[in-house]
Design a binder for this molecule. Structure first.
Ligand SMILES: [Zn+2]
Length: 275
């Protein structure tokens, strides 16, 4: 009788065992490993950073999986004239410098709001967004303004030398990362000499000074927790082909930002390694 029951139950046990193995395999593929699926280093990061501000409403925006957040825009990878971000939102003007109207791609905007809230909670005040999404036309107008400025300053230079000079600090229309809506320029009230603020020109007291502020120090330690990277680091000019910009932050999502924070890679190096 006992033996007979076991024979009847055994197939059932086998099925149950097989099912539970499947469930274990399935959860390993879809569990918290997802957070890190793009990194390929096998680490299981949960991104349970502790924050002082209540940013619960923004958490779901900090680590998007969509590949658009790894969009590379540089001199060799232009966006072209017709590119516009899929979803743009207006930034509350209380957070923008001089109440400017600034738009950002939606997840970038939400991550920026979370980051600004945390900065404030940590006692870093007076930090504003001074530049976000920039249209092709706006970049075009900036570009020609700089060309004119350099031409006036160096009347003996050839037009190609003038272009080379402008290219060290500004993007040719269609190649600015600002056209992606995925990056932000910050400014802070700590800076007293707001000369040509946020203009991304070289030797500009505001631009150089940002690296000396408490806001910059905070961003260096914390931006990655919100999915942002310093896009043009000081030691990577040869790779990014841009001068150091301590004020320009690019949204890539927490997983990618955490990796770059750990390895010290710039965006180009990171993309090159994971591709
Ligand atoms: Zn910028």
């Amino acid at each position: 009788m006992r033996k007979a029951s076991f024979k009847r139950i055994f197939p059932l046990i086998s099925i149950l065992l097989a099912l539970s193995s499947l469930i274990i395999i399935f959860s390993a593929c879809t569990g918290s490993g997802n957070e890190n699926e793009s990194s390929g280093n096998g680490k299981n990061e949960s991104f349970n950073y502790s924050f002082d501000a209540d940013i619960s409403q923004y958490l779901r925006y900090l680590n998007p999986k969509d590949s658009q957040y790894k969009l590379l825009v540089n001199k060799k990878n232009p966006l072209g004239k017709n590119y516009t971000p899929s979803s743009l939102v207006d930034i509350d003007t209380s957070l923008t410098f001089l109440g400017k109207n600034i738009e950002l791609e939606k997840y970038t905007a939400m991550a920026a709001l979370a980051m600004l809230a945390e900065m404030k909670a940590d006692g870093i005040r007076g930090v504003y967004i001074t530049s976000g999404y920039r249209t092709y036309e706006k970049q075009s107008s900036l570009w020609y303004t700089y060309i004119e400025k350099e031409s006036n300053a160096h009347p003996d230079w050839s037009s190609s030398r003038i272009e080379q000079e402008v290219l060290t600090y500004s993007a040719r229309p269609g190649t600015s990362e600002h056209q992606s809506g995925l990056c932000i320029d910050f400014i802070t009230g700590e800076m007293t000499e707001l000369v040509n603020y946020g203009s991304e020109t070289p030797n500009n007291p505001y631009d150089i000074g940002f690296a000396e502020t408490a806001a910059f120090e905070w961003l260096s330690r914390n931006a990655y927790k919100f999915g942002f990277i310093l896009r043009y680091p000081e030691s990577k000019e040869g790779i990014t082909e841009y001068n150091y910009e301590s004020w320009h932050y690019r949204f890539v999502g927490q997983a990618a930002a955490a990796e770059m924070h750990e390895t010290g890679e710039c965006f180009e190096e990171y993309l090159n390694r994971i591709s």
